[in-house]
Design a binder for this molecule. Structure first.
Ligand code: PEP
Length: 260
């Protein structure tokens, strides 16, 4: 069985390094003695904690179980960009993964258009991350479950991966995250595994037809908790889960990891 990815997206939490360290120490403590060869844990803290999280992972037993990811990357390593963090900086801090195109960046505060990252920006960030040797975790997903959402999703996937070769797509992880299912949205509810599989198949088929990748690894994200994680993780078509809110609830997160 292929390894399952458990990706922790801490977003802009927790507020202090002391709290962040206590999450890591708790995970380290509670995974001791568990071989966990079936899963790959990726911790994506806010930029300000990257260096410290990297150090804790290296100096603890987490070094055999966890890898470091960032939550965003500058669009291009070689242009000046106020506030930007380049891919090469991430690599030097020990990051191996980077989340790209999260819906909270595509549509900040749920705004409908114009304020966030376009598919084209996401596409350029994927190319830069790959050029830097990082593994992009590319988020896609429809905002609403309208009748034609599969058509909309394919358009988003098409524009997000435009110009990428099959080999480049095989090197990415794709996170299918229906925006309405992300826990920070009002009325959020998790997708069902059955309906998530429909979207995941549509994404896989679209990429196969248009880019012929040797492999397409697709995770599910959206209100994953200790109660429903296994429903998604047990499906062979789903390569893992991207966990937001529950990833900073340390007791719950450890329970999610243990379900692989
Ligand atoms: C996310 O923000 O990527 C996410 C999946 O969040 P949550 O698990 O809180 O729904």
């Amino acid at each position: 069985m292929a390894k399952k990815y458990i990706v922790a997206n801490w977003k802009n939490h927790p507020d202090s390094w002391a709290e962040a360290e206590s999450i890591l120490n708790y995970i380290d403590e509670h995974l001791k003695g568990i071989a966990n060869q079936e899963s790959s844990l990726v911790v994506c803290p806010p930029f300000v904690f990257l260096e410290e999280v990297s150090r804790v992972i290296q100096l603890s037993q987490l070094t055999q179980k966890a890898e470091l990811g960032a939550q965003d990357i500058a669009i291009n390593d070689s242009i000046s960009l106020t506030g930007g963090i380049s891919g090469m900086m991430l690599v030097k801090l020990g990051a191996r993964y980077v989340i790209i195109g999260h819906s909270e960046r595509r549509w900040p505060r749920g705004e409908s258009a114009g304020t966030g990252e376009s598919n084209q920006i996401v596409n350029l960030k994927i190319k830069q991350a790959l050029a830097d040797g990082l593994i992009p975790i590319v988020c896609v997903g429809e905002k609403d479950r309208a009748d034609d959402y599969i058509k909309w999703l394919k358009q988003q996937v098409g524009a997000t991966f435009a110009g990428l070769s099959g080999d480049q797509i095989s090197r990415c992880l794709i996170a299918y995250e229906p925006v309405w299912a992300i826990s920070t949205n009002p009325d959020a509810r998790p997708d069902t595994p059955e309906s998530a599989l429909e979207s995941i198949s549509a994404i896989r088929d679209f990429l196969a037809e248009n880019h012929s990748p040797a492999d397409v690894r697709i995770l599910y994200g959206g209100s994953v908790t200790e109660k429903n994680a296994k429903d998604f993780l047990s499906l062979s078509e789903i390569a893992g889960v991207l966990v937001g809110g529950a990833s900073i609830r340390k007791e719950e997160f450890v329970q999610i990891i243990k379900q692989v």
